[in-house]
Write a protein that binds this ligand. Structure first.
Ligand code: PBG
Length: 336
């Protein structure tokens, strides 16, 4: 790189005017970069606030059409559905996960029936919304058992694909699950259903509010997920996870959480050049929302800055609870 020197080179010259800042802007954030995660609950006409995520609500299935239609109108290409499963349906074996009439399958059917091709629908594959212990896999002798869990994940992926899910998102971090799920989907004729792998998913304390939202916090109790989710100290290992998931057939990969792991987002995009997503998780949302409530941060400005940072790091898109709010701001600013 060639560097100039003062006074010939004045980097402030191009920062002076709005037109020149726009002209040389290196990254662009648009509604098309956003995936909106939605929490779904049982009942009708229900909008349940989530204490640790001010501004986010669980919606009953009958309210999904209007909410998703607005997102589509704003240019958001895809949503991710997360069920808040009633506690009495949770079992140690998480059998509700492959009940084809479970909450998430009904929600998927409703959205696809009402909105069809206008929106992509993602759904997680992992057992934690359905397991009485809150773990993502089956527990055998106190350990989350890898190979025993894979069959359960495949059954879960199949019922979701049958319901019309466009993108299966394995978030369980079992070894070998992407390959097994791909094979299972193909065997059932779902060759066009895509996989977005939660490839580099860390054992993070930033998921706390999400576990409140889906009601798995109580089940997990003092347990943790460190025996399968990644150690926050590790970066090279994230590249190995991504390499395996791509080799096993993942169409898109994800890094999660987002902002504390931007170095990983950047490395993954540079190393593989694959469609790379970041999940701005519940705790990241809560930090911004809480500080804004206290008047300590400007909610809109920090929201947009945090999302732009993902684009600068190389992400192709972001899963964010701010999706609709951000898309509205971008539209109002003429940037969508
Ligand atoms: C389920 C899952 C989690 C999140 C997405 N899918 C929680 C977890 O792994 O405990 C977290 C998302 C968020 O915090 O917003 N496996």
């Amino acid at each position: 790189m060639q560097y100039g020197s003062f006074p010939t080179t004045r980097l402030r010259r191009l920062r002076r005017h709005d037109w020149s800042r726009r002209l040389v802007s290196e990254s662009r954030l648009s509604a098309a970069d956003l995936i909106w995660p939605i929490f779904v609950c049982e009942g009708s006409k229900r909008r349940e606030p989530i204490g640790s995520m001010p501004g986010v609500q669980r919606l009953s299935i009958d309210l999904l059409e209007a909410a998703v239609a607005e997102a589509v109108e704003l240019g958001i290409p895809a949503i991710a559905l997360f069920p808040a499963t009633p506690n009495d349906l949770k079992t140690p074996g998480a059998e509700e996960a492959w009940n084809s009439d479970n909450l998430v399958c009904r929600a998927i059917r409703e959205v696809k029936h009402r909105l069809g091709e206008a929106v992509g629908v993602l759904a997680d594959v992992a057992l934690d919304p359905y397991s009485s212990h809150g773990q993502d896999g089956l527990v055998v002798d106190g350990y989350v058992a890898n190979d025993e869990t894979l069959d359960a994940l495949c059954k879960q992926a199949i019922v979701q694909a049958e319901a019309g899910c466009d993108v299966i998102a394995p978030s369980d971090m079992m070894d070998g699950r992407v390959g097994r799920i791909r094979t299972a989907l193909d065997a059932e004729g779902f060759t066009q259903v895509a996989i977005m792998a939660y490839a580099a998913k860390y054992a993070s304390a930033y998921y706390g509010p999400f576990r409140d939202a889906v009601g798995s916090a109580g089940s997990l109790g003092k347990g943790d997920k460190k025996s399968y989710q990644m150690d926050p100290a590790n970066g090279d290992e994230a590249l190995r996870e991504v390499a395996l998931d791509l080799a096993e057939g993942a169409d898109m990969v994800m890094v999660k959480p987002g902002q504390p792991y931007l170095d990983i987002v950047c490395r993954v995009k540079q190393a593989f050049g694959a469609p790379t997503f970041a999940y701005q998780v519940s705790g990241e949302y809560a930090q911004i929302a809480a500080a804004a409530e206290r008047g300590w941060l400007d909610r809109d400005a920090v929201m947009l800055e945090s999302l732009m940072a993902f684009k600068r790091a190389g992400a192709d898109g972001v899963l964010t609870y701010f999706a609709v709010e951000a898309a509205r701001k971008l539209r109002d600013a003429g940037l969508s």
